[in-house]
Design a protein around this ligand. Structure first.
Ligand SMILES: [Zn+2]
Ligand SMILES: [Zn+2]
Length: 106
C-alpha cells in the first residue's frame, strides 16, 4: 500500500503534521525535517553522503510554505530560503518519528 496524506497541517509553532490515509499521524519537528532534505544540494546523489551541515542551519529553521507535488510528494519552502527539496510521501512515512514507527526499525 502506498501511504498518502489525507491532511497536511502545522503542529505546534513550526512542526509539520501529516494524517495518513490509513489513519496514522506523523508530526515532523521542523529542524530534523530540514536536515533530511533529499535534494541534490543537501545529499550527494551518487553516494548518498549528506552535504548539509547541521551547524550551517539556523536553529529555528522552519517551513514557510508547503506545496503538493503531483500525487507523490510535497515541496517545502524553508525559512532559510531553501526550497529545492521534494519529500515524497514514501520518504516522509519512513521519516515518521513516532514511537510505533521507530519500533518497526525504520
Ligand atoms: Zn535540500
Ligand atoms: Zn509513525
Amino acid at each position: 500500500m502506498h501511504p498518502t496524506p489525507k491532511e497536511i497541517t502545522r503542529a505546534g509553532e513550526h512542526d509539520v503534521k501529516i494524517v495518513w490515509n490509513d489513519g496514522h499521524e506523523s508530526v515532523f519537528p521542523a529542524r530534523p525535517l530540514r536536515l533530511a532534505c533529499p535534494c541534490a544540494a543537501c545529499v550527494e546523489e551518487m553516494t548518498g553522503r549528506r552535504l548539509l551541515q547541521p551547524a550551517n542551519l539556523p536553529p529555528d529553521v522552519h517551513p514557510v510554505g508547503i506545496q503538493l507535488v503531483g500525487r507523490y510528494g510535497i515541496q517545502i519552502r524553508w525559512s532559510d530560503g531553501h526550497d529545492t527539496g521534494i519529500y515524497t510521501f514514501e520518504v516522509l512515512r519512513q521519516l515518521c518519528p513516532c514511537e510505533a514507527c521507530a519500533r518497526r526499525g525504520l
